[in-house]
Structures are given as C-alpha cells and as structure tokens.
Design a protein around this ligand. Structure first.
Ligand SMILES: Nc1ncnc2c1ncn2[C@@H]1O[C@H](COP(=O)(O)OP(=O)(O)OP(=O)(O)O)[C@@H](O)[C@H]1O
Ligand SMILES: [Mg+2]
Length: 330
C-alpha cells in the first residue's frame, strides 16, 4: 500500500498542488486513493477539491473528533468523493485547535489512569484510527496527507501514521541549504517519533528557465541521497487554474479551463484553454512521478498508460517508462 505525507519544511512549497495532482494521477493508474486534508487554512485541498461543506460548523462531525475518540457519527460519513474519483477526508476548523483539544484529552486520561503525561502516545492517535480502527488498508491502495505545515502534533501524527515523505521543494538562493535541511529534518522526525521515516523522493517544483534554477535542479539531480524522478517546471497558469476548475491539472487541461479578464473582472471558464504541448508534458511528468512513487517506493502495480480526453481536441496517450532514461529538464 502507498502511504505518503507530502511535506518539506518550508511553507508554500506547492504541497497542496502536488498532493492533488499525485492523488488524481494514482487514481488514473487504477488505484483507490484517499487524501486526508490536515490543513485548517483557507486555500487548502478541501477547497481545491470542492468538498467539506461543513468545515466551519463546530457541531458537524469531523476528523478531529475521531482522532480524539469522541466521534459524532460514522467515520465513513466523513469521506467525500471528489469529481475526479479521489476520496477526500476534508479539513475542518477544529484542526486549528487540535493541540489544545489534545492537551485536554491527555490531562483527563492521564489523570484518570494516574499516568505520567509524557507516557501518553500523543503522536500515535491518527495511526490507530486509520489502520487499527478503520482498517483503511482494506479499502484503499493509497492514502496521502496534505499536512498542516507547522511542526506540531498534527504533522507528527501524519508522519507517524504514514511513515513516508514526498518532498516538493522550491528553488531558492539557498538551494544547498534546503538539501542539507531535508536530511536533517528526516533524521529529526525519526528521532522524535522513534520510527523509521523514509523519503520517497524530492521534487524540485516551479523551476524557471534562469541559470540559477537550472543549477538548483542539477544539484538535486546529482546528489546520491535522494531520488529526483522529475522536476516540475514553472506552470503558474496551469496550476492556478486548478483552483477555478476545482480539481487537478488533468482536469484543467481536459476541460480546458482558462482564467481571463472580461469587463474588468477575472472570469474562469471551461472550453477556452489552448492545448499546449508543454502543459501536456507536465501532466506526463506528474504521471511519471506518481508511477515512481507507486512502483519504486512501494512496489505497487499500476496501469502505465495515461490517456487524456481533451475537450474538442481528441485523445492523447502517454506510457510511462517508455523513455526511462529521460533527463530531468527544466
Ligand atoms: N509548478 C508550479 N509553477 C508555478 N506555480 C505553481 C506551481 N505549482 C503550484 N503553483 C502555485 O503556487 C501557489 C502555492 O501552491 P500550494 O497552495 O500548492 O502551496 P502549499 O505548499 O500547499 O502552501 P501552504 O503552505 O500555504 O499550504 C498556488 O497558487 C499554486 O497554483
Ligand atoms: Mg497547502
């Protein structure tokens, strides 16, 4: 089974975009995919996939209530299926107060059992819920988490439960630093949680055509420590349109969503985007990335063929692994 937290230390590293596109790519490979949104902020995976209608209703049952063992309903009722077939456990405002709610639970339970607070397994709650209680391993081939970026209880619960990281990184002047930082981060997580944390791969993302960006990508590609199966180029227009299409980059291209100015207002419509080879290549790269994670990291069988049905433009088909020696290009 594929289990991965999409995370790298710094904020705004395209975690949500990467999680959504990977989830849809895996789904299109014939796998049953569930994504858990642990980020309480606006502009999270829940809004991207247009689910989580009750995310601001404190009365509504939500994942936090289940993690803290105070559910208000069935776990299955939390799960919503997005238009592209990916199951989502949506975010809820209560995720923002997770730690204070957890502290209350710990105070109560350790008090009752006359137990030391430090003995409470505070990072193991999500693991227990997903695998012991709900046995998601019987329902899904892949579970991904888009975490809360802050290094606190929720992130640690996510990593403890899924064990493997996929790390999108963005180019910065301090390219080297983020390489060392990643290694240190994985080591710290392993120490803190007392488990083996794996790093499936690093994905340099939003790579421009400048020298600095090319150098940065080379640095990642040439290092022995991490796999870098693909680098995702700067594709602002494509990725930003995901938020209008309410779905993956596959949906944007297939339904041809485009955002443009009309009478001083920005509008978004399907059926208007031009079909660009470079965007098709990016969809293939994301499929390649998902295939790497599925087969190289987790030894899962997949359908290697990607077929795009583009509105008014017929079908395009790519097969991953066709060009195994393909260079990572910016
Ligand atoms: N390859 C890309 N090229 C250019 N822009 C991109 C690319 N991928 C994503 N973006 C854009 O970057 C912005 C931030 O992406 P995203 O929301 O995925 O980051 P995040 O890591 O989830 O942020 P946060 O830490 O706030 O949760 C979005 O506007 C998104 O459309
Ligand atoms: Mg995000």
């Amino acid at each position: 089974m594929i289990t991965a937290v999409v995370y790298s230390e710094s904020g705004g590293t395209f975690k949500t975009t990467t999680t959504a596109n990977l989830a849809v790519a895996l789904e299109r490979m014939g796998l049953d995919v569930c994504v858990i949104d642990l980020d309480p902020q606006e502009g999270n995976l829940t809004s991207l996939f247009d689910v989580g209608e009750h995310r601001s209703d404190p009365e509504a049952d939500n994942l936090v209530k289940h993690i803290l063992e105070m559910p208000d309903g069935d776990f299955e009722d939390l799960i919503e299926t997005s238009e592209e077939g990916v199951d989502v456990i949506p975010s809820h405002d209560m995720l923002g107060d997770f730690t204070s709610n957890l502290e209350q639970k710990i105070a109560y339970e350790t008090g009752m059992k006359n137990m030391n607070r430090d003995e409470f397994p505070r990072f193991e709650l999500l693991y227990d819920l997903l695998w012991n209680e709900q046995q998601l391993q019987d329902q899904y081939d892949a579970v991904l988490i888009d975490p809360n970026a802050r290094a606190e209880d929720l992130l640690y619960n996510a990593i403890y439960a899924l064990r493997t990281l996929v790390a999108p990184v963005k180019p910065a002047g301090k390219g080297n630093l983020s390489l060392d930082g990643l290694e240190e981060m994985v080591a710290n997580m392993s120490d803190e949680l007392d488990i083996e944390v794996g790093l499936s791969c690093v994905i340099p993302t939003a790579i421009g055509q400048t020298n600095a960006h090319t150098q940065y990508t080379k640095q990642f590609k040439n290092n022995e420590m991490y796999s870098t199966p693909v680098a995702i180029p700067a594709r602002e227009s494509l990725m930003d349109a995901m938020w209008e299409a309410r779905g993956s980059a596959y949906k944007v291209v297939e339904e041809r969503w485009k955002t443009f100015e009309q009478d001083d207002e920005m509008v978004s419509e399907p059926g208007t985007r031009r079909v660009r080879d470079r965007e098709l290549e990016t969809l293939r790269d994301i499929y390649e990335l998902a295939a790497f994670i599925a087969t190289e990291t987790f030894d899962t069988e997949i359908d290697p063929q990607l077929t795009l049905e583009i509105d008014d433009h017929g079908e395009r088909t790519f097969t991953v692994g066709d060009d195994a020696e393909r260079e990572v290009t910016a």
